[in-house]
Design a protein around this ligand. Structure first.
Ligand SMILES: NC(=O)c1ccc[n+]([C@@H]2O[C@H](COP(=O)([O-])OP(=O)(O)OC[C@H]3O[C@@H](n4cnc5c(N)ncnc54)[C@H](O)[C@@H]3O)[C@@H](O)[C@H]2O)c1
Length: 311
C-alpha cells in the first residue's frame, strides 16, 4: 500500500506552514500548486522542508509546481489559494477575486482527482466553500470549510491561558460563520470535564468570547501585511488527519446544512464528525434561546455573502 497523497493549493503563508505540519505528521506525500509567477518561491520552500526531513525522520515526498497535473490521484485537496486580508479589510472584501480562484481550482480538481476529500480555507470562508460545492457538484460529505477548528483552537488557547490549565484539557466548540458574528459556546466548554464557570468569572468568559470573534482581526492588525497562518495551517492539518486516519474527530467545520439548525442549503460552522467518509455527520446541539438568537444572526450574515456569489 503506497502513501496517501495530499494536494495543497496555494504555497503562500498557510500553504508553506501546512506543508511542514503535514510532512511532520507523515500524512502522506505532498504536492503544492502555485501560480507560474511564484512557482520558484513554492519550490524553494518545498526543497527546504525536504531538507529538514532527516532531523525528525519523516518520510514523505514534497514537491511544488504550477503544473496542475501533479495533483492527479490526490486523496485530499486543501485549498489555501487566494488573497488574504490587509488591515482595514473584512473577509468579505476578498469575495470577487477569490471566487475566480476557486473556479480555477475546482476545474483542476474535477479533472485530476475528482474523488478527493476537499478542505477549503480561502476567505470569505463560508461563501468560498459554498462556491466550491456548487461549482464542483461533489457530494456534500467531500466538501468542507476550515474555520470552526481555528476559531475553537483560539477560544481553547485563551481559556487555557486565563485559567492556568493545559490547553489539552479544554474542550469547546465555536459555531456559526467565520467572522465577527461567530458563536462561541462557553456553556458547553469544559476543562477536564469540569464546567468552565468553575474556573472563570462571567466577565472573563465574555472577554474571551469577544477576543475569539476578533482574533483574526487582532493578528491582521499586528502583522500589517497578511493574516494568521500558523494556527489556520494547524487546523487544516487536523481535519486532513481526521479523514486520512478515519479518526471520527468531532470538530466544528463549515458543512452543508440541509435542515439542521433550521438552515437549508448553506455552509455554516457546526460540529461534525470527520472520518474516512469525509463529513460523516452534522451534530445538532440543543441550544438555549440566547444561543439560538446568536446563531440566527450569523446565519443571516453567511446567507448574505453566499448570495453574493450568485451561484
Ligand atoms: N479559513 C480560515 O480560517 C482562514 C484563516 C486565515 C486565512 N485564510 C485565508 O486563506 C487564504 C490564504 O492565506 P495566506 O495567508 O496563505 O495567503 P498568501 O497570499 O500568503 O498565499 C496564498 C497563495 O495562493 C496563491 N494563489 C493564488 N491564486 C492561485 C491559483 N489559482 N492557484 C494556485 N495558487 C494560487 C498565491 O500566489 C499565494 O502564494 C486567504 O484567502 C486567507 O484570507 C483563511
Amino acid at each position: 500500500m503506497g502513501r496517501k497523497k495530499i494536494a495543497i493549493i496555494g504555497g503562500g503563508q498557510i500553504g508553506g506552514v501546512l506543508t511542514l505540519i503535514a510532512a511532520q505528521k507523515e500524512l502522506g506525500d505532498l504536492v503544492v500548486i502555485e501560480i507560474k509567477e511564484k512557482e520558484g518561491f513554492a519550490k524553494g520552500k518545498a526543497i527546504d522542508i525536504m531538507q529538514m526531513t532527516p532531523h525528525d525522520g519523516f518520510d514523505v515526498k514534497i514537491d511544488a509546481t504550477s503544473d496542475w497535473s501533479a495533483i492527479k490521484g490526490s486523496d485530499v485537496v486543501i485549498v489555501t489559494a487566494g488573497v488574504p486580508r490587509k488591515p482595514g479589510m473584512t473577509r468579505d472584501d476578498l469575495l470577487g477575486v477569490n471566487l475566480k480562484i476557486i473556479q480555477n481550482v475546482v476545474d483542476a480538481v474535477k479533472k485530476y482527482c475528482s474523488s478527493a476529500f476537499n478542505i477549503v480555507l480561502t476567505n470569505p470562508l463560508d461563501s468560498m466553500v459554498y462556491a466550491f460545492y456548487k461549482i464542483s457538484g461533489f457530494p456534500k460529505n467531500r466538501v468542507v470549510g476550515m474555520a470552526g477548528a481555528l476559531d475553537t483552537a483560539r477560544f481553547r488557547a485563551f481559556v487555557a491561558e486565563a485559567a492556568g490549565v493545559s490547553v489539552q484539557d479544554v474542550a469547546a466548540t465555536v459555531m456559526g460563520g467565520h467572522g465577527p458574528t461567530m458563536v462561541p459556546l462557553p456553556r458547553l466548554c469544559t476543562i477536564g470535564g469540569v464546567p468552565l464557570d468553575h474556573f472563570l468569572s462571567k466577565e472573563k468568559v465574555d472577554a474571551i468570547c469577544n477576543r475569539t470573534a476578533e482574533a483574526g482581526t487582532e493578528i491582521v492588525k499586528l502583522l500589517a501585511n497578511g493574516s494568521a497562518f500558523f494556527s489556520p495551517a494547524g487546523s487544516a492539518a487536523e481535519m486532513a488527519e481526521a479523514y486520512l486516519k478515519d479518526k471520527k474527530r468531532v470538530l466544528p467545520c463549515a458543512a452543508l446544512c440541509e435542515g439542521e439548525y433550521g438552515v437549508q442549503g448553506l455552509f455554516i460552522g457546526v460540529p461534525v464528525i470527520i472520518g474516512a467518509g469525509g463529513v460523516e455527520k452534522v451534530i445538532e446541539v440543543k441550544l438555549n434561546a440566547e444561543e439560538k438568537a446568536m446563531l440566527a444572526k450569523t446565519i443571516e450574515a453567511v446567507k448574505k455573502t453566499a448570495e453574493e456569489t450568485k451561484l
